[in-house]
Design a protein around this ligand. Sequence first.
Ligand code: CA
Ligand code: CA
Length: 402
Amino acid sequence: MKAFFAYFTLAVGIVLAPLAAVATYHNNFDSDNGGWVADAAWQWGSPTNPNGPQAHSSPNVWAVGLTRNYDDGVCGHLDLSLGAEVYSPNATLEFWYWYQLEQNYDGCNVKVSVDGGNTWGLVVPQGGYTGITTGAWWCNGNHEPVWTGITSGMQWQYAVIPIGGFINQTPIFRIEMGSDGSLDYAGFFLDDVSIRGVGVELNFEPPSLAFDVQDVGSDTTRSLSLLNETRQSIAVHSVSHALQAFTVDTSGLNGAVQPHSTYQMNLTFAPTAIGSYLDTLVIVAGQPDSVYRIPLSGEAEILLPPVDSLVIKRGTGNNMQLNWAAITHTISGRPFTPPYYVIYGATTVAGPWVPLDASPTNSYTHVQFVLQPEYFYRVTGATEEGMRENRKSQIGRSEPGR
Ligand SMILES: [Ca+2]
Ligand SMILES: [Ca+2]
């Protein structure tokens, strides 16, 4: 009989949550009107028009036709000025909309002004509008592309309007709804507006950080880039997280990320115990404040010394009795003993190794063992019963007693 040796290791899978895209502007109109400025045709509130829809997000929307069908001869303007520049060529204005408008005679479209509201230019959603006013477009006499008729399936639809062409300019957004002199319907309803790529906002690369150390007591450092693609300085008000296993170095940041620049922040993972660590780096930055959440995950493995002094004896009946010395390992000055050992068996040293059982003590009885010319056992430390296959075992050799 010979002893055999095994190393112990732990690996834990990590599931990363993706970082949600941060919209510079997002408003569901439920607690406030989102800062939009309207004339009398547009109203903010809970829709009660029996011909109209429920809110996309309850309770409130902006609408022409909030409580009853719209008026004839309307030219309604709903404007939003963020006072912020477009910084991204991929900037978009996005929103949910629902409409029921007289086909070709009443319509609604979106315009942008970059000269403070003196002149307005049409912007077009991906997929285009649904028609062109055949009568005189009520608001300015032009024939313009508009949403007209009835929204597809009478369902809320999502508009994505590229506005990257206004880069480095400060747009005012306008949603313009017009009707001619006769025939009116439910109207145009707007909810859940997002504007991306406008204003000042940080982006992060990578959007999450995963760390891995091969032995407790060692550490590893990775860097996180804070990207400011705008022409304005972005103030960083606070950087925080919860777990002591992670540390953040913000030296050189000096409270802001400069225009068109990148700041590299170093994060270190130095765990004091095996296991998986999940944390969130919370960064409050910008004006107005935005809260950014960067998922952090760490995986701490440990390499234990070998199991040794494995003794295999024939017990009563056909039982085989295994005993071995308990593993004790020092982690950051403290002893660590695995709570379980996993016992594997194989008929050849090359395997396949079959997990026989787990034992909370440093002994095991293999019951009803059928005598074979040769049989191999392997014992590894584990943190829980039924642990996954040991990746770093040294495979020794043993023979059954007789
Ligand atoms: Ca809403
Ligand atoms: Ca009409």
